[in-house]
Structure formats: structure tokens, C-alpha cells
Design a protein around this ligand. Structure first.
Ligand SMILES: [Zn+2]
Length: 159
């Protein structure tokens, strides 16, 4: 992305945020040469359907809300902002679409989530990783995390 001021051909991304429910990526960029900051908007490639392949071979459409919910559960009661998690999900989504494939395994998504959580909060990562071995699909993962947290909280958060 060229700098609008000095036309330098490269820029550093300082912030990535999804807007319009994740279909548009807003980036704050900084020119490493002149320091000019500018914003770009990139519409995500949506003409391609992304299917998640579960362990048992079933497929379902990729759903960023599911991934986000899983991360929120993993970060429950931790000092992690929703914005941080939204950004992490956006970067996962972006990575998935940039692979240019139509299908991705649920295990690969789990791997990506684990990698992000590792940087966000070690407790969230441990929570996630402790159920990750039994990870078969996103729904199972969310359920497992809920159970884990309920156990830990002594059933305090029952709905
Ligand atoms: Zn510049």
C-alpha cells in the first residue's frame, strides 16, 4: 500500500479492525519513511464460500461468530477486551480467506485460535489448549470450554 504523502511503496499496519460485521477490514497504516499515518478499507473477498471440514467429514459454512464466542469463553473473567478478540478473529478470518482454498479443517482453525490466544492471555490459551485435544468441531469446543469454566466457577454462572 503506497504512502499517499511521499509515495513510498511500503507501509506498516498499526491496527486492523473489522467493520460492517467483518466484511470490511479497516487498517491504520504508517509510512516507515515519512511517518504519515493513513487509513485503508478493504472489502473481504466474499464470492468464495469457505467451508469448515469437521473431523467426521461433515462440512459447514465458516461462521466468525462461532469462533468469536469460543474466544470470549476462553477469556471469560480475564482482562481481555472484546475489541482484542474481534481483531484476533478478523485476522484469523483474513488468513483463512487469503489461503485461497474453499475448505479448511476445523483443526486448522483451532490451531489459529490457539496461536492468537497464546499472544493475548496465557490463561485463555491454557483453557483453550486443555480442551483442544478433544476438539472435534467448534460447537464441541464451545461446549467443552463452558463445562470447564462452570466446573472452575463451582456452578456459579449457571444459566
Ligand atoms: Zn510516506
Amino acid at each position: 500500500m503506497r504512502c499517499p504523502k511521499c509515495n513510498y511503496e511500503d507501509s506498516r499496519v498499526i491496527e486492523t479492525r473489522a467493520v460492517e460485521d467483518g466484511s470490511v477490514i479497516r487498517r491504520r497504516r504508517e509510512c516507515p519513511k515519512c511517518g504519515r499515518r493513513f487509513t485503508t478499507y478493504e472489502r473481504m473477498e466474499r464470492n468464495k464460500v469457505l467451508l469448515v471440514v469437521k473431523k467426521d467429514g461433515r462440512r459447514e459454512a465458516f461462521d466468525r461468530q462461532k469462533v468469536l464466542k469460543g474466544m470470549i469463553r476462553a477469556c471469560e473473567k480475564l482482562p481481555v477486551s472484546l475489541e482484542t478478540l474481534e481483531n484476533a478473529v478478523s485476522s484469523i478470518e483474513e488468513e483463512l480467506y487469503s489461503l485461497g482454498v474453499g475448505e479448511v479443517s476445523s483443526a486448522s482453525i483451532g490451531e489459529m485460535v490457539a496461536n492468537r490466544l497464546k499472544d493475548i492471555h496465557h490463561v485463555a490459551y491454557v483453557r483453550f489448549a486443555s480442551v483442544y485435544r478433544e476438539f472435534t468441531d467448534l460447537k464441541n469446543f464451545i461446549d467443552e470450554i463452558s463445562k470447564l469454566l462452570e466446573k472452575k466457577e463451582g456452578g456459579k454462572d449457571q444459566r
